[in-house]
Design a protein around this ligand. Structure first.
Ligand code: CP
Length: 307
């Protein structure tokens, strides 16, 4: 497998075999991650975040530091020269002189791809627009694999904002590499776009649209629930109409499979009952730990510290 120097913009940039190789490296790192690893000593990660983030930014930065590397960057555009009118392309041309790899989050769909076309160093997409969040998809798959022991054969329900949510879009495409039943649960105005569903069906995914959590609770092996993203609604009255329209409660879990796992990319607002946190079904905080490990594996592979 050769990852050295490669960009990671969309989950479909990597094959299933490559994804599983990343998992293999992640599993090795899981056992070692608390040790003082020096695999990336002397390497610099530039962390460029044009949108808010807690998990993605901090886990990438922690991953780099745990591997012995260093981190530069900004966590909001107003502290960089973008605030003075500098373009993304000029920013990339400058930062590539300072770093060995760039992790980029940006509100525009094509931003990471554009950065990759410009940069001479690898670009990792940390979320761009409503379609792409490939490292989240990778850590979601890894969480399922680690917690269920397999991905093939599972019934997976994606719940919530399936129209604007980039995590569910990336994960749905990632799941197309596997033999899964995909259940899509969303309020009518937040249903997954038809062209994405058609794509998934063409890729061989068994997809069924459902109107409520009640419909999936008895059959799901994995429930992946997401918040409604207020910030992505072009019309705020549309958000007001739909907010609070679904919630996974402790009571609903009376009917679930005993080995159901519940994932959430986080942050949550009120779609996921906090009383679930202490049940064995809740894996969303463990998911953030797997995110650190997956990002360590990815950095080590792309920067050529592990082949
Ligand atoms: N899951 C996720 O992308 O979280 P952040 O926005 O906090 O990075």
């Amino acid at each position: 497998m050769n990852f050295k120097g490669r960009d990671f913009i969309s989950i479909r940039d990597y094959t299933r075999e490559e994804i599983e190789y990343i998992f293999k490296i992640a599993m090795k790192l899981e056992a070692m991650s608390k040790n003082n690893l020096n695999l990336l000593r002397g390497k610099i990660l530039a962390s460029l975040f044009f949108e808010p983030s807690t998990r993605t930014r901090l886990s990438f930065e922690a991953a780099m530091l745990r591997l012995g590397g260093s981190v530069i960057g900004f966590s909001e555009p107003k502290v960089a020269s973008i605030a003075k009118g500098e373009t993304l392309s000029d920013t990339i041309k400058v930062v590539e002189n300072y770093a060995d790899i760039i992790v980029l989050r940006h509100p525009l769909e094509g931003a990471a791809r554009l950065a990759a076309e410009i940069a001479k160093i690898p670009i990792i997409n940390a979320g761009s627009g409503a379609l792409f969040h490939p490292t989240q998809a990778l850590l979601d798959l890894y969480t399922i694999k680690r917690e269920k022991g397999r991905i093939d054969g599972l019934t997976i329900a994606l719940v919530g904002d399936l129209k604007y949510g980039r995590t569910v879009h990336s994960l749905a495409y990632a799941l197309s590499y596997y033999d899964v039943n995909l259940l899509l649960v969303a309020p009518p105005i937040l249903r997954m776009r038809k062209e994405i569903i058609n794509d998934l069906v063409e890729l061989g995914v068994k997809v069924k649209e459902c109107s409520s959590l009640d419909e999936v609770i008895k059959v799901a092996d994995v429930i992946y629930i997401t918040r409604i993203q207020k910030e992505r609604f072009p019309d705020i009255s549309e958000y007001e109409r739909v907010k609070g329209s679904y919630k996974l409660t402790l009571e609903l879990l009376n009917e679930c499979k005993p080995d159901l796992i519940i994932l959430h990319p986080l942050p949550r607002v009120n779609e996921l009952d906090t009383r679930i946190d202490d049940t064995p079904f809740a894996k969303y905080f463990k998911q953030t730990w797997y995110g650190l490990i997956i990002r360590m594996a990815l950095l080590a592979l792309i920067l050529g510290a592990i082949a």
